[in-house]
Design a binder for this molecule. Structure first.
Ligand code: GLN
Length: 537
């Protein structure tokens, strides 16, 4: 197949309808039918990437192998498809403007007035086709962030209109995701918001080919017929997306509704084989009928908002399925943990994960948490800041360096067991300047890490500025905190572990970004297994 086909997904009525999950589910079905499919997201905000955003604003920042700091929807794409994404899969308005303005400064538009139409829209169109032109994909699904009608979304909507016109109706289609709310007082599902949102889309020159309607109740045939008539789509193109108990059920729901078949028909593509979802359905069965249950504490400071730890929560679902175990993740605010209340707070926990994070708030609680689980032999898993906290805890309570700290928290500390790399010391810009993306790590034999990975060379994704300070390596190792994984290029310690403990491991990188349905991450799988093994009955 030479012509890459494009599917655009827009959203109407309200945000948070789950465009990312619908896009990922459709992609999953198309992939399972044998189409090489990828998904990209265009976000309408002016940050060049979400790396500088507070997690409370936009949820977790997801990191790709090539070191792009991206929207958390890319995590869903990878978890569903098991295909890595890259910087090209996430573009923001900030990035578009930056590149147009840089071109203007270089004189690439010399003599011309640079305008939203055509310069910004052309830049958007070029980027929308970048992955398609790589030759790696038969179908590219593009999710447009925001809601139709927003001022910010206009250049994207106009670019989609032009692309459908340029490429032809059978090569580019639009799926519009809307809400069909249920009014309890009237006891009815209401179609008007959807009608208005489709009208707003039409005013911008776009005719939706498929409507995906989010709903809490079954949409009757009458309502489907009404939506089709008033929104100008075929009856078969009104797709119901009813609330599901897990996001991993959505591909099957979309299959039942025929979303993939309708999309393929519009794109003039053959159905090929029925989607092969055997592995996916085994996974679903396992999460629905677990044999065991464990309670795992997630110690962090962003616990009020689930999206801040999205990839960790999903990695627990994958690892739970692998262990036929339901993992109850109990969020515990690190700011409210101390040496005195920790025993009470952790009394029902089978294992504890100390989460990534930035800044001083809540770190003493994380250190108290690590001490408690180390001394009480409760399985522990520290990620990034969580690993750094385990280094500080060990230095303070085992090595006796009572003031040990990270220079992130106390630049004047006498014992900077975690500090800035030399190359970070001159960095002043905050955006895109951390140690980002995939780095190699060599694992030492006869370690827990080796037992878990079963190989000596691994590659994992990073997002941090501070590092284990090698000046303390000998002292810490002699005292029992083993450095079991080392970056072969820089000598930086990437994994620490404590022997004589059921499971105590800290990693400087973010394994959660690489956990997928098909490939649950071995660290999470083994951590959950350890919790099952040592759990309180
Ligand atoms: N704040 C720490 C650092 O920058 C850890 C970052 C993280 O947990 N992602 O090194």
């Amino acid at each position: 197949m030479n012509q890459t086909k494009y599917i655009f997904v827009t959203g109407g009525v309200t945000s948070s309808l789950g465009k990312g999950i619908i896009a990922a589910s459709l992609a999953k079905l198309l992939q399972a039918r044998g189409y090489r499919t990828t998904i990209q997201k265009f976000d309408p905000y002016l940050n060049v990437d979400p790396g500088t955003l507070n997690p409370y604003e936009h949820g977790e920042c997801y990191v790709t192998d090539d070191g792009a700091e991206t929207d958390l929807d890319l995590g869903h794409y990878e978890r569903f498809l098991d295909v890595p994404t890259s910087q090209a899969n996430n573009v923001t308005t900030g990035r578009i403007y930056l590149s147009v303005i840089e071109k203007e400064r270089r004189g690439e538009f010399l003599g011309k007035t640079v305008q939203v139409v055509p310069h910004i829209t052309n830049e958007i169109k070029d980027r929308m086709q970048l992955l398609g032109q790589s030759g790696d994909y038969d179908i590219v699904i593009t999710e447009i962030g925001g809601t139709v009608g927003d001022i910010e979304s206009l250049p994207y909507i106009e670019s989609v209109r032009q692309l459908v016109w340029d490429l032809g109706e059978n090569n580019a289609i639009v799926i519009h995701l809307t809400l069909v709310p249920y009014l309890a007082a009237a006891g009815e599902l209401k179609t008007k918001p959807t009608q208005h949102s489709v009208k707003a889309l039409m005013e911008s020159g776009i005719k939706a080919d498929i409507l995906v309607c989010r709903t809490e109740h079954e949409i009757s045939n009458d309502i489907r017929a009404k939506l089709a008539l008033f929104c100008n789509v075929k009856r078969e193109a009104v797709i119901q997306s009813i609330d599901a108990s897990t996001i991993y059920e959505v591909p099957n729901l979309m299959l039942e509704e025929g979303l993939d078949v309708v999309a393929l028909r519009k794109l003039d593509l053959p159905k090929k084989a029925a989607p092969d979802l055997k592995h996916w359905n085994t996974f679903l069965k396992r999460i629905k009928s677990p044999k065991h249950t464990v309670n795992i504490g997630l110690v962090g400071k962003y616990v009020e908002m689930q999206d801040c730890y999205k990839s960790i929560l999903e990695a627990f679902i994958h690892a739970g399925a692998a262990n036929e175990t339901k993992v109850n993740v109990i969020s515990i605010h690190s700011e409210y943990i101390d040496e005195i209340n920790v025993a009470e707070k952790f009394k029902d926990l089978d294992a504890v994960l100390v989460a990534p994070g930035f800044g001083e708030r809540g770190i003493e609680g994380k250190i108290a948490a690590v001490r408690y689980v180390r001394e009480n032999k409760i399985p522990f898993f520290g990620i990034c800041l969580g690993m750094q906290m385990s280094v500080i805890e060990y230095s303070r309570n085992v090595l006796g360096l009572t003031e040990a700290n990270s220079t992130e928290m106390n630049p004047e500390t006498k014992n900077p067991v975690v500090n800035l790399m030399e190359s970070q010391k001159t960095v002043t810009d905050k955006g895109g300047t951390m140690r980002l993306g995939a780095w190699k790590c060599e694992i030492k034999p006869d370690t827990l890490a080796y037992k878990i990975y079963g190989q000596t060379t691994i590659s994992e994704r990073h997002r941090h500025r501070y590092e284990y300070n090698n000046e303390y390596l000998d002292a810490l190792q002699n005292a029992g905190l083993k450095a079991s994984g080392i970056n072969p290029d820089t000598g930086l310690v990437e994994i620490v572990e404590v022997e004589d403990h059921p499971f105590f491991i800290g990693v400087q990188y973010h394994p959660e970004y690489k956990s997928t349905v098909v490939n649950p991450h071995p660290l999470f799988v083994n951590f959950v297994a350890a919790a099952v093994k040592t759990r309180k009955k």
